[in-house]
Design a protein around this ligand. Structure first.
Ligand code: FAD
Length: 386
């Protein structure tokens, strides 16, 4: 599968395996049960230098690209599912926007504490009444003397319960139909609990990594926490969206690969009607189909990542990879459940956890429909449909 990886990339994955080794299935199952953030895992990844894999070396990072970040997140998701991936995910793609658009002083203040695990960030873009139509965000930042005062609400903000900082998109100017992406600004600031009420959303899976509603009342933000220029926030966010899609896509592939391997092992050993169930073509074919489609989705992910690293447009490939990986991932975990029969529903076999967690890359960070809208418009030249 990995014939095209360089020697360095193989070494990287071998090193990563050592960091991941202590965090076995029991660890992830326990955390899913307790809902406790996987702090030991997070700290081990920080100490191993993995959180800064794609951050430049002069900032204390690994200086590698989206390809290496993707290989890492695939291995992380294969080991610990979406719980492991989401615990660190924003640390991997978030600093990208800061490295591109924040001043050197801001980068020094913000990026290093993220890489060492001293600080954590969350990503506040989505709003409940706006959905995917990001240009209509309503959270408002008003300049008042030498500070901004922010009011509004965010929805689905992941890891806010355990974060010190928030990367926040807020409106500093009204929406102009002639320039709908203008008027939004990016802030990177303290998640001040005295002004931000953080309420956990009860959800289907990934219980150890929280997702929240945020109600923001008079949050005071110093001008030093504005990233780049006012009104450019939407464009800055766009820079991190493609890497995020690529990482989510390959996380789906990591989880699905683990589910497939477990299903194959089970098909070999489970005997019914006096023969292994894996002798039946109705068991074999969906597994073989899953393997083939996962290989294809993975290649597309790595192509999108390589384009991104080469500074070339990669939006069509990134959206197509997220679409293909999530569709395939959903099919593969369902196949793995069917292969396990009733045991697919038992926690100890881990498939039911993957089944619940796979819904995340299916829905996030962009819906399957909108990913296809983008491919149709930008890849095929069809009229914009949204
Ligand atoms: C577990 C989880 C974690 C998340 N973490 C974060 C986070 O950390 N930070 C953050 O900012 N956000 C986060 N999100 C939000 C996530 O990115 C959004 O849920 C996602 O972008 C979809 O937005 P929505 O739910 O508002 O869907 P909506 O915009 O309400 O869309 C609903 C449905 O309508 C379809 N639809 C809408 N318009 C069209 C159209 N024109 N054509 C075709 N179909 C259309 C969509 O495809 C979708 O199927 C998270 C979500 C989840 C579930």
């Amino acid at each position: 599968m990995d014939y095209f990886l360089t020697e360095d990339q193989r070494d990287l994955l071998t090193g990563l395996e050592k960091t991941l080794e202590p965090f076995d299935d029991a660890y992830w199952l326990d955390h899913d049960r307790s809902g406790e953030f996987p702090e030991e895992f997070y700290q081990a990844m920080a100490q191993g230098g993995w959180l800064g894999i794609a951050t430049p070396e002069e900032m204390g990072g690994g200086g590698l690209g989206v390809v290496e970040a993707a290989l890492m997140m695939e291995a992380v998701a294969k080991k610990g599912g979406m719980t492991a991936a989401s615990a660190i995910h924003v640390n991997i793609f978030g600093p990208g926007s800061l490295m591109k658009h924040a001043s050197e002083d801001q980068q020094r203040r913000w990026v290093q504490p993220l890489l060492t695990g001293q600080q954590r960030m969350c990503f506040g873009v989505t709003e409940a009444n706006v959905g995917l139509d990001t240009t209509r965000l309503k959270t408002r930042a008003v300049k008042d003397g030498n500070k901004y005062v922010i009011n509004g609400a965010k929805c689905w903000t992941t890891t806010a319960q355990v974060s010190d900082k928030i990367m926040l998109l807020a409106r500093t100017d009204g929406r102009d139909d002639k320039n709908p992406t203008g008027g939004l600004s990016m802030f990177y600031t303290d998640l001040d609990r005295s002004a931000v009420d953080i309420r956990k959303i009860e959800k289907m899976g990934r219980h150890a990594v929280d997702t929240n509603e945020l109600f923001i009342t008079d949050l005071e933000v110093p001008p030093e926490d504005l990233v780049g220029e006012e009104g450019m926030g939407f464009r800055y966010i766009i820079d991190s969206l493609n890497p995020e899609r690529i990482l989510v896509a390959i996380e789906a592939i990591g989880i699905a690969t683990s589910a497939l391997e477990r299903a194959v092992a089970y098909a070999k050993e489970r005997v019914v009607f006096e023969r292994p169930i894996g002798m039946n073509q109705s068991i074999q074919h969906p597994l073989a189909d899953g393997w083939a489609r996962l290989e294809a989705a993975r290649l597309l992910c790595l192509k999108a990542a390589a384009l991104s690293d080469a500074g070339q447009p990669c939006g069509v490939e990134a959206n197509a990879a997220k679409y293909l990986a999530a569709e395939t991932g959903m099919d593969v975990v369902r196949t793995a459940m069917a292969t396990h029969g009733g045991m697919g529903y038992a926690r100890e076999f881990h498939i039911e956890r993957y089944f619940r967690e796979m819904a995340i890359p299916y829905l996030v960070p962009v819906s399957q429909q909108l990913a296809l809208c983008f491919v149709a418009e930008r890849g095929l030249g069809l009229p914009k449909s949204y």
